[in-house]
Design a protein around this ligand. Structure first.
Ligand SMILES: *Cc1c(COP(=O)(O)O)cnc(C)c1O
Length: 398
């Protein structure tokens, strides 16, 4: 026992995420699956990857799944498959993980950052409509950014924290302006929009991440693209292996975006439990919602807005709070793990200085970056742990 624990024998520890509980429950099944991969010595793009592609596609109501090396590579290869490159522009949110904007720049295109809805933190359809109305015009079927002369080709909403963006108005804007839609569904596997439509099946390509901290996490990096378009599916599959088809014949330049059998084997075991884990996260969220109301911190603490009719899968439970940085410090001192997703919106990142943005260009993103804090929501959280989190927050404000 360490000295800190000796001094405080009753201290409750609540990490932001504890993957060990999940692993211990599935250890024998996972080890058996991994042993089978070792016995086969077939490590790359084998039968388990194919089975995972079929299962994730079906789970996400899509015709095709293309397993790739990470969520970032899913986004990157999606833009490559849509021929996005120099002279092209991609409308997206600045309040997201870096990869969303990073991949746009990596293919040589320009990110067009558009502000978020302050309640859901997702791309605001109104902000996108305003940007198009103010700065763009249709020239022979192409949407052109008047300031840069670039072609706006793709709309890339992110389903942040496990809740889908408001897709109907976004899809309508895309349709009216000839834009392709790439969904960054990295945090949103199984999330549903109105009408039970799942993340990844509403745009042209959906992109998922199986990074260990996502709701369906591998034992390393892994990702998936989904689509309903057979031509895009084929293009993604070819680009995944350097653009070679047949092997060693390259009509296109791709990359090594392959998924391996070890990760697929782990994910196939875990996928069977995903709905049960999602239910656990939703139960925790409802219990938090009630507890914060009960302790009366609602003036200082806003709980996440879950839009009626959606299925929120709660990859993160993000509060908007007063004196965020002090609260974070207080929670750390009291054994509660938290994280700021995300402290610097992309339009304010140094690497995007060349876009010439001012912080106030996306005021809601900037405000969210200063006021939000994610608290533990993983399914194995106990009542005692949850009560400790709420008690520690309420003691900070009273
Ligand atoms: C995790 C994440 C990614 C990147 O996924 P990796 O598998 O880590 O490469 C992209 N976008 C969002 C919104 C994410 O949360």
């Amino acid at each position: 026992m360490n000295t800190a624990a000796k001094r405080q024998p009753n201290r409750v520890e609540v990490p932001l995420l504890d993957l060990k509980a999940q692993y211990h429950a599935l250890e024998s099944q996972i080890m058996e699956a991994l042993r089978a991969v070792c016995a086969s010595q077939h490590f790359i793009l084998g039968p388990r990857v194919q089975e995972l592609e079929e299962r994730i596609a079906a789970y996400s109501q899509c015709r095709y799944g293309i397993g790739v090396s990470s969520g970032t590579d899913a986004l990157l290869v999606a833009l490559m498959a849509l021929d996005v490159g120099p002279g092209d522009e991609v409308i997206t949110t600045p309040f997201t993980f870096f990869a969303t904007g990073g991949v746009v720049a990596r293919v040589g295109a320009r990110p067009l950052f558009c502000d978020i809805d302050p309640l859901t933190y997702n791309l605001s359809p109104q902000a996108v409509a305003d940007l198009i109305a103010k700065h763009c015009e249709l020239r022979s079927g192409r949407l052109v950014n008047r300031q840069t002369g670039g072609t706006v080709k793709v709309l890339m909403p992110v389903h942040l924290f496990g809740q889908t963006a408001d897709m109907d108005p976004l899809l309508d804007l895309a349709r009216r302006h000839g834009l392709k839609v790439v969904e960054d569904a990295a945090q949103a596997i199984g999330a549903e929009y109105l009408g039970g439509r799942r993340a990844g099946n509403m745009g042209d390509i959906g992109c998922f991440s199986f990074f260990p901290s996502k709701n369906l996490g591998a034992f390393g990096d892994a990702g998936m693209c989904t689509t309903n378009d057979p031509l895009l599916a084929e293009r993604l599959r070819v680009l995944r292996v350097h653009g070679g088809k047949p092997k060693y014949h390259h009509a296109a330049i791709g990359g090594n975006f392959r998924l391996d059998e070890m990760q697929a084997a782990v994910l196939l075991v875990k996928l069977r439990y995903l709905d049960q884990w999602t239910a656990g996260r939703q139960d925790n969220a409802s219990a938090y919602d009630e507890a914060f109301t009960r302790v009366g911190t609602t003036v200082s603490v806003s709980t996440p807005h879950r839009v009626p009719g959606y299925r929120h899968i709660l990859n993160q439970y993000v509060l908007r709070v007063e004196r965020r940085d002090e609260l974070k410090q207080w929670l750390t001192e009291n054994g509660v793990g938290t994280e700021i997703y995300y402290p610097i919106p992309l339009h304010m990142q140094k690497c995007f200085d060349y876009l010439g943005h001012k912080p106030e260009d996306c005021p809601e993103s900037r405000r969210a970056a200063m006021e939000t804090l994610a608290i533990p929501i993983y399914p194995e959280l106990t009542d005692v742990q949850r009560q400790h989190v709420v008690g520690t927050i309420s003691s900070f404000y009273t």
